[in-house]
Design a protein around this ligand. Structure first.
Ligand code: FAD
Length: 269
């Protein structure tokens, strides 16, 4: 297997498109301005504006490597979150961004031969989408064998919070080895098509035995923690459990001095 790419620093990309997938999650397309980034599906990058007015923050790449080297990023707009607000609202098409990375080991295990389960909450779909796209591209989801199935269980609050449902539904239709299930956590039974409820309530009915599965879980820390406990209860083996927690970075960030603030570096808590 090829060695993972070494991270690159502050590579310039251009925001070439932005659309809202849900009321709070925007999909950004970043186009190469300087040079392409070598990454493995599931990895993440640090993003920051070119003028370094907002803190660099981690965002998972939501696609497998493409021939045009564009990157897709799914960003949840966090109220009062400086970087997510800049990415989802303040930046306009044509703005330059600094991209550093790739980082992380939330990547496919090439030695795994059994079935695979993906659990994603909200923009946690980003690295999972990259893994699923890569699995489809290498033909792994084209095989209708239960022992090698790929299953995605996506969790959203309401129907409006479900990301890429059209693409995922179509993929499940055309790829006989891929199943897509979405569950809604804020819809009452009878208000929406089943399943409704959180992953810990829904998963045991969907896949009661995970002893042969590789499991990939991505999203907010509480989501990852709850799903991990559930997957462990259903028998996943330790070496086959992969998690990506979208934790908020605790370290303070120091802005570079600018002509307008030369006395002290600015600190964003
Ligand atoms: C490995 C990794 C990958 C990540 N990938 C993604 C990704 O693909 N898409 C994505 O949107 N985010 C992702 N994140 C989270 C992202 O890095 C930022 O933490 C997030 O965008 C908030 O940054 P901010 O500067 O806007 O707000 P911050 O200044 O970091 O936070 C502002 C306030 O909001 C709180 N907060 C932070 N995040 C959330 C949240 N989601 N919901 C509610 N409150 C929150 C913080 O605790 C803080 O109080 C990832 C994080 C990690 C560690």
């Amino acid at each position: 297997m090829p060695l993972a790419a070494l991270p690159d620093e502050d590579v310039e990309f251009v925001l070439s498109d932005r659309t809202w997938c849900t009321p709070v999650v925007a999909e950004l397309t970043l186009t190469v301005a300087e040079r392409a980034l070598d990454f493995r599906p599931g990895q993440y990058v640090l993003l920051q504006d070119e003028a370094r007015t907002v803190a660099p923050r981690s965002y998972s790449i939501a696609n497998a490597p493409r021939s045009d080297d564009t990157l897709t990023i799914l960003v949840t707009a966090v109220p009062d979150g400086p970087t997510s607000t800049w990415l989802t609202r303040d930046a306009t098409v044509g703005h330059r961004l600094l991209v550093s990375g790739p980082y992380g080991n939330f990547v496919a295990d090439p030695d795994h031969v059994g079935p695979t389960l993906y659990l994603a909450g909200g923009s946690g779909l980003a690295p999972v989408r990259a893994l699923i796209e890569a699995a489809a591209l290498r033909g792994a989801t084209g095989v209708p064998e239960p022992a090698r199935r790929h299953t995605l269980l996506f969790s959203g609050r309401t129907a409006a919070d479900v990301i890429h449902s059209t693409w995922l539904t179509e993929l499940a239709r055309t790829q006989p080895g891929f199943d897509y299930v979405r569950t809604l956590t804020r819809a009452a039974a009878g208000e929406a098509d089943p399943p409704v409820g959180r992953v810990p309530e829904v998963l045991p009915g969907l896949l009661p035995d995970l002893t042969d599965h590789a499991v990939y879980i991505a999203g907010a820390p509480g989501f990852v923690e709850a799903c991990t406990r559930t997957a462990e209860g259903l028998g996943v083996r330790a070496g086959r459990l992969h998690t990506e927690e979208f934790y908020a970075e605790p370290a303070p960030w120091h802005a570079e001095p600018t002509p307008a603030s030369t006395t002290a570096s600015e600190e964003i808590p």
